[in-house]
Each structure stands twice: as structure tokens, then as C-alpha cells.
Ligand binder design. Structure first.
Ligand SMILES: Cc1cc2nc3c(=O)[nH]c(=O)nc-3n(C[C@H](O)[C@H](O)[C@H](O)COP(=O)(O)OP(=O)(O)OC[C@H]3O[C@@H](n4cnc5c(N)ncnc54)[C@H](O)[C@@H]3O)c2cc1C
Ligand SMILES: *[C@@H]1O[C@H](CO)[C@@H](O)[C@H](O)[C@H]1NC(C)=O
Ligand SMILES: *[C@@H]1O[C@H](CO)[C@@H](O)[C@H](O)[C@H]1NC(C)=O
Ligand SMILES: *[C@@H]1O[C@H](CO)[C@@H](O)[C@H](O)[C@H]1NC(C)=O
Length: 355
């Protein structure tokens, strides 16, 4: 037995003990530290009957709702900013790893699960639902937990004039357009949104690319061929240009601008969990095929279409950061290092510190 294997063996045999010990400790010490907030029904451990329901309420990818998906040791649902501050301070003090969840749409589930293999706590913002309308400067600030139903109330009272105009293709109010985009049949009333449920759930894996050069016909032919071999892969091409190209690359973190013809999203979705390996390898195959036709050095990617295949902290070099952010990655790392030098807020693809 080589020495590294031996060490691994030791670690594996110790892990269950230290994890369950850590778990109980996290639950107790964290809860205690939060106790001065004094709000009932905001702290849940797996012992609570509602824990699973809360965890699942915003876990949008079925791929990360399985029994083997790593689960948080506690979920905290703050009601206001003070609660969040307290939770962050407590977690920092106690050395507890945090995940923050708003809508739970993270493609790799990073807001509610972790492949880093350490105990963690989720701060779930679903109860932060304030909507503030400022008529003076025509702005609305919605807290992250405010879903459509909450906004509808506001639109009805504050902005009745926002209905679509006659000259639009379909004349419909804003809320009907939401129903339309979600592909509800016309007879379903908008009140279905009050149920606060995702309209559908499936298992999925996605990847992304940006294209700066016209793909030759031969490239498209090969693409059809490879896609028709499979049942599932879907591609979505979003045209770029216009105002997107006029904004300097360095003005905000999002850098995929001047010169980008379109963005590609590859999606593979399935309903039968046994299909995972097949579907994931199909989408990777399409992605490999596209290498010739998409951006290179870096092969750009869209951070909202989170993809751990391109690399992650502790498991690969940091080239994934340049894919998402190009040179802005340097700036982001400087900011990160300045404001979070202990790397307290971290996940598989969080901005790493400067070495
Ligand atoms: C069905 C579906 C359709 C989508 N359509 C589009 C689309 O059309 N266009 C597009 O650009 N994207 C789209 N996305 C991607 C979506 O925009 C991203 O996944 C986005 O990150 C989701 O935000 P969230 O708050 O729902 O996710 P979450 O999973 O809650 O959070 C995403 C990430 O942000 C972190 N985070 C959450 N809240 C906070 C906070 N308050 N402070 C700091 N960090 C926080 C989380 O820890 C996680 O790392 C879609 C996703 C799905 C599932
Ligand atoms: C727990 O679940 C029950 C049943 O769904 C619900 O009535 C109750 O409000 C939930 N409690 C909290 C704190 O979410
Ligand atoms: C959860 O339940 C287990 C036994 O089922 C117990 O050992 C543990 O202390 C409980 N944790 C909390 C936080 O109540
Ligand atoms: C948040 O709620 C607590 C009660 O739990 C209250 O004491 C505190 O003042 C509130 N803070 C804000 C900013 O509303």
C-alpha cells in the first residue's frame, strides 16, 4: 500500500466520526449564536419535520435532490438584513461554511449543495420578500425572495400603465406575458403563480459557449449529424451585438461583448435518473465537437450557466475564471482579496484569492 493510499484510507475511516461530531456542533453552536435574534421558525436542522420541504422548495435541478446529494446541516431563513448580518458574523466566528440561496436556480446547485465535502449551512432568502416602489425616481427594489405574486400586487397598484401596447404582436398584460412565456394554457389563471412552485422540474446539465466567427456550413452539417445521434441535446443561440457591444468589457464583470455574434447554451435534460451518465456524456460530446467553432484562449463561458466541468477551486487551475470573466477575473480577485482575505465566502467556483 503506497503511503498516499494509506493516508486516504485513514481519512476515510475517520471521516464519519468527525463529520457527525462536527454536524451536531454546528447545529448547536450556530443556533446558540443566533439565539439573540429571537425569531421562531427561522432555523431548521434535519431533525425538524419541515427541513426537507424547505430544502426542496427551491432546489430547482432534480439532479441535486437525490438522497445522495450532500445536504446542509442547517437552514436559516432570515426575515431581515439584521438577521443576515448576525448569521454571517456567527458563521464566520464559528468557522462554519455557508451557502446562500435566493431562487435556487444555480445550474450546479451551489446554493444548496456542495461537492467540497465539508459541513455547511444554507442561508435561504425566501422569506425576504419586501418590494419598495419609489414613484419619484420610477424604480422598484424587490428583495430576492419576492416572487411574481408579490410583484403582481405592486404592479396592479403602482404601475397599471405597464400593460403591453396594441401594436405589440400579442396584446397582453405583463402578468399574462409571464403566463405565456411559462407556456401555461390560456385558461390557467395567473393565480396559479401564488402556489410559488416551479412550473416543472427535471434533471439537467448545461454548458455554454460564445461564437465570434461565422460557423461555416460544413461545421453546421457536422453539428446536425452529432446532435441527431442523440435524443436529448438542445442548443439555444442568443444573438449578441447592439448595445451589448458598446459597453466596455471592463465596466462590469460580464465581459462577452464587442465581437460576440451569439451565445450558445447546450442543455441536456432527462426525467429518468438512470439516464444521467448517458445524457451528460452526450452533451459533452456536442461541446467537444464545437471546440473548432467557438471562442478560444479563453474558451468563453457564461457564469449563469454554471458548469463545474470547466474547473473548480482546489481541483484544477483557475482558467475557468477567465472563461467566465476574461481579464475582469484579475479585478475580481483583487476585490475578493481586499474584502474577503480569509476566503470566508467560498464555493466550488467562487472568486479565488490572489496567490
Ligand atoms: C429554468 C431556468 C431558467 C433560466 N433561464 C435563464 C435565462 O434566461 N438567462 C440567464 O441569464 N440565466 C438563466 N438561468 C440561470 C440563472 O439566471 C442562474 O442560475 C442564476 O444564478 C439563478 O439565481 P438564483 O438566485 O435563482 O440561484 P441560487 O441558486 O439561489 O444562487 C446562485 C448563486 O448565487 C449565490 N447567491 C444567491 N443569493 C446570494 C446573495 N444574496 N448574495 C450572494 N450570493 C448569493 C448562490 O450561493 C449561488 O452560488 C436559468 C436557470 C434555470 C434553472
Ligand atoms: C411546516 O410545515 C407545515 C405544513 O406544511 C406548515 O403549516 C408550517 O407553517 C411549516 N412551518 C414553517 C416554520 O415553515
Ligand atoms: C437530532 O436528533 C438526534 C437523534 O435523532 C440527536 O442526537 C441530536 O442531538 C438532534 N439534534 C438537534 C440539533 O436537536
Ligand atoms: C429585524 O428583526 C428583528 C426582530 O427579530 C428586529 O429586532 C430588528 O430591528 C429588525 N431589523 C431591521 C433592519 O428591520
Amino acid at each position: 500500500m503506497s503511503s498516499s493510499r494509506f493516508v486516504l484510507f485513514l481519512l476515510l475511516s475517520l471521516a464519519p466520526f468527525s463529520f457527525s461530531h462536527q454536524k451536531a456542533q454546528i447545529q448547536e453552536t450556530f443556533h446558540e449564536c443566533l439565539s439573540n435574534i429571537q425569531t421562531p421558525n427561522t432555523f431548521f436542522t434535519p431533525n425538524d419535520t419541515n427541513f426537507t420541504q424547505i430544502l426542496k422548495s427551491r432546489a430547482i435541478n432534480l439532479k441535486f435532490r437525490t438522497p445522495s446529494t450532500p445536504k446542509p446541516d442547517a437552514i436559516f431563513t432570515p426575515l431581515n438584513e439584521t438577521h443576515i448580518q448576525t448569521a454571517v458574523i456567527c458563521a464566520k466566528k464559528l468557522g462554519i461554511h455557508l451557502r446562500t440561496r435566493s431562487g435556487g436556480h444555480d445550474y450546479e446547485g451551489l446554493s444548496y449543495t456542495s461537492v467540497m465535502g465539508r459541513p455547511f449551512v444554507v442561508i435561504d432568502l425566501s422569506k425576504m420578500q419586501d418590494v419598495n416602489v419609489d414613484l419619484a425616481d420610477n424604480s422598484v427594489w424587490a428583495e430576492t425572495g419576492a416572487t411574481i405574486d408579490r410583484l403582481v400586487q405592486i404592479m396592479n397598484t403602482g404601475f397599471p400603465e405597464l400593460g403591453l401596447k396594441k401594436e405589440d404582436c400579442f396584446e397582453m398584460s405583463w402578468i399574462e406575458s409571464v403566463m405565456h412565456i411559462m407556456e401555461y394554457p390560456k385558461i390557467v389563471p395567473p393565480s396559479v403563480l401564488l402556489e410559488r412552485k416551479p412550473s416543472f422540474l427535471n434533471y439537467f446539465k448545461a454548458k455554454s459557449d460564445f461564437v465570434r466567427e461565422v460557423i461555416p456550413e460544413s461545421g453546421l452539417e457536422g453539428m446536425w449529424k452529432i446532435m441527431l445521434e442523440d435524443e436529448s441535446p438542445l442548443m439555444i443561440w442568443n444573438p449578441y451585438g447592439g448595445i451589448m457591444s458598446k459597453i466596455p468589457e471592463s465596466s462590469i464583470p460580464f465581459p462577452h461583448r464587442n465581437g460576440v455574434l451569439f451565445k450558445v447554451q447546450y442543455v441536456s435534460a432527462w426525467m429518468d435518473p438512470a439516464m444521467e451518465d448517458k445524457r451528460v456524456s452526450e452533451i459533452r460530446k456536442v461541446y467537444d465537437y464545437m471546440t473548432t467553432y467557438v471562442t478560444k484562449s479563453p474558451r468563453e463561458a457564461y457564469v449563469n450557466y454554471r458548469d463545474l466541468d470547466i474547473g473548480m477551486n482546489g481541483k484544477s487551475d483557475d482558467s475557468w475564471g477567465f472563461k467566465y470573466f476574461k481579464d475582469n477575473f484579475h479585478t475580481l480577485r483583487k476585490i475578493k482579496t481586499k474584502f474577503d482575505y480569509s476566503n470566508f465566502f467560498s464555493h466550488e467556483q467562487s472568486i479565488p484569492l490572489i496567490d
